[in-house]
Design a protein around this ligand. Structure first.
Ligand SMILES: [Zn+2]
Length: 149
């Protein structure tokens, strides 16, 4: 059983993440949904990666703000996620695909949701949004069991 705890942010870190998510939202390219989303991802290195949603006319090629930020971080070699702030007009939660991507690199990370005024709508561990998740740990355990049988 993994008992690692979700990090606790300082007030300054929290403010910076929320502010960055709100600013990133302004860069969203959303000609189809008109639903801009901004994200700010804090990694263990202390770096904050911003992201916005980017919609493509061939809808399947679209990326959410959270995944944009996540892939920016991983492409820079930052693979340990600690917290993410997500800004939408109504303070909505990350979609299922983004929860899975965040779980890959930050199963214990903190998720903060705010509306377009920066008002908190939800805050808690990713594991509350993706309970009983499947990730690298489950894959490794399954492979180990297969090797032993
Ligand atoms: Zn998403």
């Amino acid at each position: 059983m993994d008992t690692q705890k979700t990090i606790t942010l300082t007030g300054e870190q929290r403010h910076h993440l929320i502010d960055t998510a709100l600013t990133s939202r302004l860069a969203a390219y959303v000609p189809y949904s008109h639903y801009p989303v901004g994200a700010a991802l804090l990694t263990a290195s202390g770096t904050v990666y911003s992201g916005c949603n980017i919609e493509i006319a061939s809808y399947g090629a679209t990326s959410c703000a959270e995944r944009t930020a996540a892939f920016k971080a991983v492409s820079e070699g930052d693979r340990v996620f600690e917290a993410v702030a997500v800004a939408t007009s109504n303070g909505a939660a990350p979609c299922g695909i983004c929860r899975q991507v965040l779980n890959e690199f930050g199963p214990h990370m903190l998720v903060i949701m705010v509306d377009d005024h920066g008002s908190l709508t939800w805050e808690g561990p990713l594991s509350d949004l993706l309970p009983f998740s499947f990730g690298p740990q489950q894959l490794a355990e399954g492979q180990q069991q297969a090797a032993e049988s």
